[in-house]
Design a protein around this ligand. Structure first.
Ligand SMILES: C[S@@+](CC[C@H](N)C(=O)[O-])C[C@H]1O[C@@H](n2cnc3c(N)ncnc32)[C@H](O)[C@@H]1O
Length: 301
């Protein structure tokens, strides 16, 4: 496997807000290629315990290689972060001092020419972060009704042409199965008027690809479930840092912080933290990142 890796986003900010200290326990819920976890280990000289979770086996293999020097301090777990409580129970951990989420996909996934996350490559229409799951994006595109597809494109992609794209898809699949990213892009190119495509600031397939990815991986559902568990598992005064990349994720984080905040969370980022201009210049994928941080304040430990 070529380790192209992933440039971790807002590392300095994460270290500043998470305040990792020796002898503490942290959970990196989206360990990915291990960038943030490595920075925590370096900052603390490896004197911490980190549970690194990811549902993507390929990413975990990259993380394992990257973190090899700190093998004593890190436990990597292939799982969905919506099972956070049972993952920690499995490690006999009751409370943790900090939890990090760096949501969405990694460059490893986006740049893969086989996994179908990007319309830049011709590949099977897959988009599963966890290859043990059965449902692929091709399954959704070929099996859902036009109405169901339209709802996905609208709700998760805010796609203006959702209705037309869904109808063109269902017409196309009467003749041919849509199996690849290229098949889908071609149908979309027919559904969206040429003038609109030309004028669009972003590639015309961006929103539909994002919507399918969110749907197939049930990203928003898992996030909401996981955050509730995270708040319970945090020791007081443990901190939770969440980096999100689109408004639907961010809305869930904001709402959950607010709901839980009434009783036992102090929201530390009244104003969202954004990456610096310098970071965005170096790593354009950081441009939509938003960091929110809260601290557990209830008495129970
Ligand atoms: C943006 S990347 C994280 C990159 C990582 N912070 C680094 O520095 O390399 C997001 C990762 O989260 C994983 N992921 C997304 N949703 C997940 C979920 N519900 N459960 C477990 N892992 C998830 C993805 O597979 C991906 O590897």
């Amino acid at each position: 496997m070529t380790v192209t890796g992933h440039i971790p986003v807002m590392v300095e900010e994460v270290l500043f807000w998470l305040r990792p200290r020796a002898e503490a326990i942290y959970v990196d819920c989206t360990v990915g290629c291990g960038g943030h976890t490595l920075s925590i280990l370096e900052k603390t000289g490896g004197q911490v315990r980190i549970i690194g979770i990811d549902q993507d086996g390929e990413a975990l293999e990259v993380a394992r290689q990257k973190l090899i020097r700190y093998v004593q301090s890190v436990t990597l777990v292939r799982a969905n972060f919506s099972d956070l409580t049972s993952i920690l129970q499995g490690q006999r951990i009751k409370r943790v001092d900090g939890i990090l989420y760096d949501l969405g996909v990694s460059s490893l996934q986006l740049d893969s020419q086989e996994r179908g996350f990007s319309f830049r490559y011709s590949s099977p229409l897959d988009m599963r972060m966890d290859l043990r799951e059965e449902t692929t994006a091709a399954y959704l595109v070929n099996k859902l009704s036009a109405l169901e597809l339209k709802k996905i494109f609208l709700n998760f992609g805010q796609e203006r042409w959702a209705d037309r794209i869904a109808r063109f898809i269902t017409e196309e699949r009467r003749k041919n199965t849509i199996t690849s990213t290229t098949d889908l892009v071609q149908v979309m190119a027919r559904a969206i008027p040429a003038g609109v495509r030309r004028k669009s600031r972003i590639h015309f397939a961006t929103r539909v690809f994002l919507a399918l990815r969110i749907a197939i991986n049930r990203e928003l559902e898992h996030l909401a479930i996981s955050l509730d568990q995270a708040f319970e598992l945090l020791a007081s005064p443990g901190r939770i840092c969440v980096i999100s990349y689109h408004s639907l994720e961010d809305r869930i984080v904001k709402q959950k912080f607010k709901e839980t905040g009434k009783e036992n969370l102090k929201i530390l980022t009244k104003k969202i933290i954004r990456p610096s201009g310098r970071e965005i210049e170096k790593n354009p994928r950081a441009r939509s990142a938003k960091l929110r941080v809260a601290e557990k304040i209830c008495k129970r430990k």
